[in-house]
Design a protein around this ligand. Structure first.
Ligand code: ADP
Length: 312
């Protein structure tokens, strides 16, 4: 509102004055509507940017999960392929190892038939012996396969047992072979108590003692020792159990291989090559590890194993 008052030349003031109403409009950028529009536009842009960021993060997350899944799928496929190859090799070797004695049996039956016709008692007798040996071979393989499948991938319930009892039981099961080889077996007196699947661990010890006696070579004083030693650096209570022999020993380059299925170094001595694979599986199911130490050929072998932390 602009008010004016005036006076004439005589100094008489007009008391009332005159006024005009002036309205000053603010520039449009200060107007409420402009501010509202700008605020809304800024808020909208921020909101869109935020959502774009969220969407991008979600997409990245999805891509990461997808990549992880793809990698896991690849790993599983590779694992499956390896298992498949192993199974094929396993089936092939089992079939081959079962077929070989069967061929022997068939062959000697033919020979014996002719020997019987010719009344050749000596050849009949030797034929029977060869057939008997071949049947033993088949039985050993089938028994080892059954043992391996029984162990499977899981242990039975654990029991707390003095290791000395397990050793005595295993030695008893190999008594025939020990006596035949006139081997001396020593069991250490300081063996601890362990928590284990008793029948499985006895089976493992039985296999190790059997091997110790079987792979003696021509040692005149065969000796097998079963014991435990302390290795302070180990996590699992530092206990390393061992079965030691003074037999033919094992060269360094074979010390890993002998634990694989069907791996045999000595083809002269009958064996299936499954024994140590079985022992390794049993030890590993107990959470332990197995390895062999040997000074070299002709200087004996020591099969060492641990039983994991929960077996104390
Ligand atoms: P096998 O049925 O042939 O005995 P294993 O798996 O028990 O099968 O043993 C694999 C190979 O390891 C044997 O063929 C043998 O050559 C070697 N081996 C195992 N134990 C001993 C040992 N105590 N001394 C020397 N060699 C051994």
């Amino acid at each position: 509102m602009l008010r004016v008052q005036g006076s004439n030349n005589d100094g008489v003031w007009n008391r009332q004055g005159a006024s005009i109403r002036l309205v000053i409009r603010p520039p449009f950028w200060q107007s409420w509507w402009f501010r509202t529009i700008v605020s809304a536009a800024v808020a909208g842009a921020l909101w869109r940017a935020h959502h774009r960021r969220l969407r991008r993060a979600a997409r990245r997350q999805r891509e990461l999960v997808e990549a992880e899944r793809a990698a896991e799928r690849e790993r599983l496929i590779a694992e499956l392929a390896a298992k498949n190859t192993e199974l094929e090799r396993f089936t092939y070797t089992v079939s081959h190892d079962l077929k070989a004695p069967l061929v022997t049996i068939k062959g000697f039956l033919g020979l014996m038939r002719r020997a019987v016709a010719a009344d050749d008692g000596e050849r009949v007798e030797s034929g029977i012996q060869r057939i008997d040996d071949a049947a033993d071979k088949m039985r050993a393989l089938v028994e080892d396969l059954l043992q391996l499948s029984r162990v499977g991938h899981q242990l039975g319930p654990r029991a707390t047992v003095p290791f000395a009892e397990l050793a005595a039981e295993a030695v008893e099961l190999v008594a025939g072979q020990i006596a035949a080889r006139r081997a001396e077996v020593r069991v250490a007196p300081d063996l601890p108590v362990v928590s284990c699947d008793r029948p499985r661990l006895v089976e493992a010890l039985q296999n190790l003692i059997q091997n110790a006696v079987k792979y003696m070579g021509d040692e005149p004083h065969p000796r097998v020792e079963i014991g435990v030693r302390r290795d302070g650096r180990r996590k699992d209570g530092g206990r390393v159990f061992y079965v030691r022999d003074n037999g033919m020993g094992i060269e360094p380059q074979h010390r890993q291989r002998i634990f694989e299925l069907f791996q045999r170094l000595d083809v002269e001595t009958g064996g299936t090559g499954l024994g140590l694979a079985l022992v390794q599986r049993i030890v590993e199911l107990h959470g332990g590890r197995i390895w062999v130490e040997s000074e070299g050929l002709g200087r004996g072998s020591t099969f060492c194993f641990t039983l994991g932390e929960s077996s104390g």
